[in-house]
Design a protein around this ligand. Structure first.
Ligand SMILES: Nc1ncnc2c1ncn2[C@@H]1O[C@H](COP(=O)(O)OS(=O)(=O)O)[C@@H](OP(=O)(O)O)[C@H]1O
Ligand SMILES: Nc1ncnc2c1ncn2[C@@H]1O[C@H](COP(=O)(O)OP(=O)(O)O)[C@@H](O)[C@H]1O
Length: 215
């Protein structure tokens, strides 16, 4: 990304806005979203491009914390009102909020790398619309949907948090891919075969960004 780009201030759209980009990784739990996103982040930093990863580790423990995390800190009433779990409506709100944060990063010229299951096509499409519409006239904010396509059998073999095992045992209800749906992207900009090596997948994303003039 060209370093001499002028950062736009919110109110002044007369300045050429930097080229923003949201790279939206979607896939089953354990498919490799965060690992690949962080590898892409490291490669972008080597190329002097400004990027930042948003994933469950930094978002679902703060901005979109669950009621279980909030209750001991803010009390049950607050937790019930503002905590987000994994029902369809809470996932919709989770992705909506993340989309707003990603768009803000994007509008500052940062490449926002988001890694969330984001199972519902409508939720992802709403973020796509926000990001592409969010740029000023003639800006080039782009939403790049990256499908991390890893068979559930491999995700279950990996199961780093033991959640698939708990879901299979009925200890977790509404787990994506087990007893909650995952709507695969119909036409993602990038389709990754999730069982290939991480470096190979990250290089595929970098090559796409270069090819599209984002770097
Ligand atoms: N019911 C259920 N379904 C799916 N995933 C669950 C669930 N409960 C907890 N987890 C863990 O939460 C991570 C998914 O959070 P996301 O914010 O990415 O989900 S979503 O986009 O709101 O669907 C996901 O982490 P990742 O493995 O990083 O994807 C899971 O480990
Ligand atoms: N391409 C890959 N090949 C082998 N193992 C991977 C690959 N991508 C991720 N992993 C491993 O799989 C597990 C889940 O990866 P993670 O990035 O947390 O997935 P997600 O963010 O989709 O839940 C981790 O233990 C990670 O090291």
């Amino acid at each position: 990304m060209s370093e001499e780009k002028t950062l736009v201030t919110w109110h002044d759209h007369s300045v050429a806005r930097p080229r923003g980009c949201v790279v939206w990784f979607t896939g089953l739990s354990g498919s490799g979203k965060s690992t690949v996103a962080n590898c892409v982040d490291a490669k972008l930093n080597e190329l002097s491009a400004r990027s930042f990863v948003l994933d469950g580790d930094n978002i679902r423990h703060g901005l979109n914390a669950s009621p279980e995390i909030l209750a001991p800190i803010h009390g049950d009433e607050f937790a019930k009102r503002f905590g987000l779990s994994f029902g369809p409506q809470d996932r919709e709100e989770n992705i909506r909020r993340i989309g707003c944060v990603a768009e803000i990063f994007c509008s500052s010229g940062t490449i926002a790398l988001t890694a969330f299951v984001s199972p519902y096509r409508a939720d992802r499409d709403r973020v796509r619309d926000l990001v592409t519409r969010g740029g000023a006239e003639g800006s080039e904010n782009e939403f790049v949907e990256v499908f991390v396509d890893t068979p559930i059998e491999i995700c279950e073999q990996r199961d780093p948090k033991g959640l698939y095992k708990k879901a299979r045992a009925g200890e977790i209800k509404g787990f994506t891919g087990i007893d909650a749906p995952y709507e695969a992207p119909a036409k993602p900009e990038i389709h990754l075969q999730g069982d290939l090596p991480v470096e190979t997948l990250a290089d595929q994303v970098i090559a796409w960004l270069k090819d599209k003039g984002k770097l």
